[in-house]
Design a protein around this ligand. Structure first.
Ligand code: ATP
Ligand code: MG
Length: 384
């Protein structure tokens, strides 16, 4: 069954409150297009379209109907937490831990469970590993909602970081939204529901107000020392959110990305340097304390870069390795193929049985970093 996007335009325009003409324009430019993947037929919004967020998915159900999963909205970042909270949060708010994994929305569509990544693609690996969420009965009782959460842990293809509560793979709910309108449940109601269904949620750090920003700033530093990322601030109705992260966590992003410097956009690095400077300023770091902060930042840049140059100079390819926990060897091979379709250069290193499942080791190849580093080592001229 191949989806006929054109025929769905009137329904989508009505349900998502966006003009049919705009939808047609997006279809023409291919920023809205049909995907057949993992047994689902859907339309994917690769870019925002009017009020419709990027990553929104329109599923065609086997009976010919449509079902929606609105995209997860962008969360704006405050650089100066004191000023940011005063400006945007005049009334009390909730503070939650910001976990560092990848964003997943999941729901039952046409009776089948689907887990979708931020960009709006069904991920077969995540869908397989989250089946227990269906067993909680949540979707049975709340069919119009989708659960939004962070997948963290070492056994995943997108962002590998272990947490004490989830070494390999864990799903932590941070939102529950109406699938069609995208409207969130108020956080307090969500906290109750998450417990009620025996699901795991992100840590709730309490209710706060903008005049507490100094306390929140030191809380974020503590979170950072614990190798965690930061916080997300949410208004009591859940409609307004903002994020703020620790310099320690920014350093760990940098340490990671500077292993593959030519595969990241330069803006990635610059934005992080600016974040760190604002945090150092707001903390009032001076003298020895500022030097210590600078030394940590410098180490996060230079050490991985030098390591990459050394590896290439000694003839080793610089790769990222990650693991997957899969139900069969075939599933692992298919998933690596799926990643290749997404443009990720991945290859299987090994697959070993582990209890009732298999643990697959996968390598991700970073072509630009390897090529460019090698060419500089061979004496080629660089830009400027
Ligand atoms: P964007 O700028 O579009 O929000 P990004 O990839 O730059 O995306 P991040 O800097 O990681 O995103 O911050 C936003 C993401 O943080 C959310 O999309 C979500 O996946 C994740 N997240 C982790 N914990 C929470 C939480 N408690 N509440 C909301 N989002 C959270
Ligand atoms: Mg993130």
């Amino acid at each position: 069954m191949t989806i006929q996007p054109e025929s769905l335009v009137p329904d989508i325009a009505r349900d998502l409150d966006v003009s049919a003409a705009l939808l047609r324009m997006h279809l023409l430019s291919k920023s809205l297009y049909a995907v057949e993947s993992s047994g689902f037929s859907f339309l994917r919004f690769r870019q925002p379209c009017g009020k419709v967020e990027e990553g929104t998915v329109v599923f065609e159900t086997p009976t010919g109907g449509v079902e929606y999963m609105r995209g997860f909205p962008k969360i704006r970042r405050v650089y100066d937490i004191g000023a940011g909270l005063r400006k945007h949060f005049p009334t009390p708010f909730y503070v939650e831990e910001k976990m560092d994994g990848y964003n997943v929305r999941c729901a039952l569509v046409g009776g089948r469970f689907a887990a979708v990544t931020k960009g709006g693609l069904v991920c077969p690996y995540t869908t397989e590993n989250l089946r227990h969420v269906v067993e909680s009965g949540f979707f049975h009782d709340h069919p119009s909602l989708m659960l939004c959460g962070e997948v963290v842990g070492l056994a995943n293809p997108y962002q590998t970081k272990s947490y004490p509560r989830a070494r390999d793979f864990g799903f932590f709910v941070f939102d529950a939204r109406d699938r069609v309108s995208g409207k969130p449940l108020p956080p307090e109601k969500r906290y109750r529901i998450v417990k009620e269904y025996g699901l795991k949620g992100v840590r709730v750090l309490g209710k706060s107000k903008s005049s507490d920003s100094r306390k929140l700033l030191s809380l974020v530093r503590k979170i950072g020392e614990d190798e965690r990322e930061g916080i997300v601030i949410k208004s009591l109705d859940g409609c307004m959110q903002a994020k703020y992260t620790s310099n320690q966590s920014t350093n760990s992003d940098l340490r990671y990305a500077f292993r593959f410097p030519f595969d990241y956009a330069q803006a990635f690095f610059f934005r992080r340097l600016v974040r760190e400077a604002f945090q150092a300023h707001e903390l009032g770091l001076k003298g020895a304390a500022l030097k210590r902060e600078a030394a940590r930042l410098g180490e996060s840049l230079l050490i991985p870069l030098v390591q990459t140059i050394r590896d290439v100079s000694e003839g080793r390819e610089v790769v990222e390795e990650f693991e997957l926990l899969v139900p069969s060897r075939e599933f692992a091979a298919n998933f690596v193929e799926h990643l290749r379709h997404l443009g990720v250069k991945a290859s299987m290193r090994s697959v070993k049985r582990e209890g009732r499942r298999f643990r697959a080791k996968v390598a991700r190849h970073y072509q630009s970093t390897n090529d460019k580093t090698r060419s500089y080592l061979e004496g080629e001229f660089g830009g400027e």
